[in-house]
Design a protein around this ligand. Structure first.
Ligand SMILES: [Zn+2]
Length: 157
């Protein structure tokens, strides 16, 4: 029984340390709102996708098949994220781009949810979940930014 106590003690310390490291580097976003404020501002789908890391069903969003010229802003904070110039036909049912307007406007974070290792794409200004980025995109970047229409607000040129 004494050994069990020691093991438990060590387990608690390891757990405490690992949760500490995770909280050690929280990203401070420029735009911070409460869950209630986001809920008020966004539609239920926009809220689920951007604030709860949801994924809209493919072929259901407003912009996967949008071929108009314009820009795509963050639906939460209106920061410009993507342009029709880098949008391409990915065949996935989600709006896809091979590059963001500016690298600094997005944040890439590793996402190991759902048993997959993926790179999550967030708005760097408000932390909105936008989608994921993959390495099977077209030239010149080879990247495929697979976004949710619900995260983006299209502004026609
Ligand atoms: Zn944003």
């Amino acid at each position: 029984m004494k050994n069990l106590g020691v093991i438990l003690f060590i387990a608690v310390i390891i757990f405490a340390c690992s949760s500490y490291t995770q909280q050690d580097k929280p990203k401070k976003f420029e735009v911070v709102k409460t869950e209630m404020e986001w809920k008020k501002q966004l539609t239920p789908e926009q809220y689920t996708v951007t604030r709860q890391k949801g994924t809209e069903r493919p072929y259901t969003g407003d912009t996967w098949d949008n071929h108009q010229k314009g820009k795509y802003d963050c639906v939460c904070c209106k920061q410009e994220l993507f342009s029709s110039d880098t949008k391409f036909e990915s065949g996935t049912g989600w709006p896809s781009f091979y590059a963001p307007v500016k690298k600094e406007n997005i944040l890439i974070s590793s996402d190991n949810s759902l048993g997959m290792s993926r790179d999550e794409v967030l708005c760097n200004r408000c932390g909105a979940h936008l989608g994921h980025v993959f390495d099977d995109g077209p030239k010149p970047t080879g990247k495929r930014f697979c976004m949710n229409s619900a995260s983006l607000s299209f502004v026609k040129k």
